[in-house]
Design a protein around this ligand. Structure first.
Ligand code: S3P
Length: 428
């Protein structure tokens, strides 16, 4: 796929439903008693992987477009799957679902594609072990995971890495554990699980960076609407700000503050990005975004990003790197070693691909540095099968001198099916 430089981008975009929230609503619906109706479920391959795993566990799920109807009798309604569960490329599926599998009275196996089977799982094996589950692997900490579940006990757990997936895994296990489960964070990570649980009638106590629940609790089915995915919007927001003459409208975008660091960094005064039609969808803030072209936002953007910003913008760092090529003071990202453990080694993927399109960049163990005064010339990039690398470098193509060729555009369907068609339509 070749993405040439573009004159302007204009139009209204229908975003896919938020991937993180969709996983959580489907998993909670599957262990809730009664019917759960979900509107705007993410059409991403990752969220399809979650549904496939839940169906293999005997959960009844009807889907029509992006609407789902889940019928369940709770944990007691789950049955032993006929074979290993396949989480595909989805770390969230594997890590969150393991919190449920850990409490089942039968053994299960969960694996994924080559990329997921290289991702670290000690971070969930350890706390689930403390709760009383046994998880074995044939290959160090790497999937497939052989989960021997059973009765669990609550724990008080401080997250060693800032990870919403680990936090959510422990909370889901805590639902079926005896006693209290507390998760403490050193830095805030996305809080969709904490917001979702009360929608299913679960009581959760939150204080600063601490969340607790008393187990066991039985979630109850409910009706929910999934906001548009802010992390999918991020590519279009950056494109619209940087491509002269652009104007984009994005409706029903999730604006959870644990996700919208990019907005806070780009436009704290809402000068270039107008937010209207604010609403609350089942405890998640949403709004309509109108984004004009305004390279002026680059002036106020920090030239260094580290510490507490990182978990908030963790999925936006590939597109921030593209934006970083335009920053007057250059751009340095640090404290982001977690990026090496994503769908690809994103520090290597970002720096190697920037180099391929003619941008000088230095790579560090925990980030990278882009010196000021550069332009994206253009060239051919390799996605490493990583959806966010494909989409970030598509935007690089739009603002490049001679365009960017992307070896594997189809991997964008992992989070944003139709991304390239959307870009094409906005160009017209
Ligand atoms: C996610 C959490 C983040 C993020 C991932 C989705 C989630 O991962 O990068 O895309 O839905 O909880 P970590 O929890 O590993 O930081």
């Amino acid at each position: 796929m070749f993405v040439p430089p573009v004159g302007r981008l204009r139009g209204e975009v229908e975003l896919p439903g938020d991937k993180s929230i969709s996983h959580r609503y489907a998993i909670l619906g599957a262990i809730a008693q009664g019917e759960t109706r979900i509107r705007g479920y993410s059409p991403s391959q990752d969220c399809e992987s979650t549904l496939a795993c839940l169906r293999a566990l005997g959960v009844e799920i009807e889907s029509s477009g992006t609407a789902l109807l889940i019928r369940s009798r709770g944990m007691a309604g789950l049955s032993r799957p006929p074979g290993p569960l396949d989480a595909g490329n989805s770390g969230t599926t594997m890590r969150l679902l393991s919190g449920v599998l850990a409490a089942l009275p039968f053994p299960t196996v969960i694996g994924g594609d080559a990329s997921l089977n290289r991702r670290p799982m000690a971070r969930i094996i350890e706390p689930l072990g403390r709760m009383g589950a046994r998880i074995e692997t044939a290959n160090g900490e790497f999937p497939p995971l052989h989960v021997k579940g059973g009765p669990l006990r609550g724990i008080d757990y401080t997250l060693p890495v800032a990870s919403a997936q680990v936090k959510s895994c422990v909370l889901l296990a805590g639902l079926n554990a005896s006693g209290r489960t507390t998760v403490r964070e050193r830095m805030p990570s996305r809080d969709h699980t904490e917001r979702a649980l009360p929608q299913f009638g679960v009581s959760v106590e939150r204080r600063d960076l601490e969340v607790s629940l008393q187990g066991p609790q039985q979630p109850q089915g409910t009706s929910l609407r999934v906001p548009g995915d802010f992390s999918a919007a991020a590519f279009l927001i950056v494109a619209s700000l940087l491509v002269p003459g652009s104007k984009l409208h994005l409706d029903g975008v999730g604006l959870n503050p644990t996700r919208t660091g990019l907005l806070q960094l780009l436009d704290p005064g809402e000068r270039a990005i107008r937010v209207s039609h604010r609403a609350d969808w089942n405890g998640e803030p949403v709004g309509r975004l109108t984004i004009g072209c305004d390279p002026g936002v680059l002036e106020g953007f920090p030239s260094q990003l580290a510490g507490r910003w990182i978990p908030n913008v963790i999925d936006e760092i590939p597109i921030l790197a593209v934006l970083g090529t335009r920053l007057p003071g250059g751009f340095r990202v640090s404290d982001a070693a977690e990026l090496r453990k994503k769908e690809s080694d994103r520090i290597a993927a970002v720096t190697q691909n920037l180099d391929r399109v003619g941008v000088r960049v230095e790579e560090y163990e925990d980030g990278f540095c882009i010196p000021p005064g550069q332009t994206i010339r253009g060239g051919s990039i390799r996605t490493c099968g990583d959806h966010r690398i494909a989409m970030a470098f598509a935007v690089a193509g739009l603002i490049s001198r001679s365009g960017v060729r992307i070896d594997d555009p189809d991997c964008s369907a992992v989070s944003f099916p139709g991304f390239f068609e959307t870009l094409e339509a906005l160009r017209a």
